[in-house]
Design a protein around this ligand. Sequence first.
Ligand code: CO
Length: 383
Amino acid sequence: MYLEHLGIAVADAAAVRALYEKLLGLTPYKTETVDREGVCTHFLDAGAKLELLEALGPDSPVARHLEKRGEGLHHLAFRVDDVDAAFAHAQQLGFQPLGDAPKPGADGKRIFFLHPRDTHGVLIELCGDTDAMPPARHVPFDGTTLATFTFGDPARPPLLLLHGAAGATQLETLPLARELERDFFVIALDHEGHGASGEAAQPATLFRFAQGALAVLDAFETEQAHLVGYSLGGAVALLMALQHPARVTRMAVHATNLAWDDLLVSQMQARLDPDAFARRTPETWSRFDEVHQGRARSVFAAARAFTRTLPAFAPQVARLADVQTPTLVSAGDSDDLFPLGKTLDLYRLLPAARLAILPGVRHALRPDDARVLAPLVRSFLAG
Ligand code: CO
């Protein structure tokens, strides 16, 4: 554990930023809005990290703090390895953490606060990295096992979360899980042969991925769930809704395309070239390799082979016109893999679809994109 940052409540962020620039030559390295908390944060690296907190409206906790106590020191934040364990530990010790669980905060953290009445007048934040994974539960599936991760209260409506080709929960959909866990019981799976799952027992096909997802629903004794899928995961969700409509409540598919042609296949082959990937972004590659248990090369090779099977599915895409499941179709307007027209085609084909286009969002699902997407998914699934 160490002191991660100091939180400072500011009434006039521009004036305070100007002050630190004049006094210390410091400008924020990052400015980030946390809508749910009604706050805009400005981060300064002053040896210690400073978090300037600016209220976005009169209902913001920071606005209430400013009203009661004026500008100045707001909280001390300590970093812990496992923020969920720290939350449970604090409760056992008799503290009353604010909120019923750690929540997404700024700068890639999950956080909770201890009330100053329990801590001699200092508001204490405990924070952990959002990329910390809950323990995996391995579900048997036809000659192998699928890794699953759960988030949130099992009493909430179940939601199955599906990542993309050559991805994994930890690499792609984890920030979305963290955003959605307050409203849903999120079950995230690693597809066959991906991430923490066992070796692939069969060549990858869309049908095989959908069978795996159904096996996970069965293992959790979940008759029906919301489906949320990114890229390939969205294609799997659409296939499940087509084949097993009774298992799907509502669904959200992001950056998804089922109408593959040879041009897209060749683009995807290039995207999944491990040597080019490792040359371009060596750190990302080693992270992929670590999450894929040292077998990123074979995961990429399998994904390339899988991609070549996709044009064979294209003639069946028209059958999606029979899918009655309410579906949110979303994509970034800057998707660098699928042309926006593919998203519009999918939206127009599905009889019960809504459309969301996210400005400035590319194909890769970055944590910042998940924060924009999550509220749309949450309100759509809630009906
Ligand atoms: Co803070």
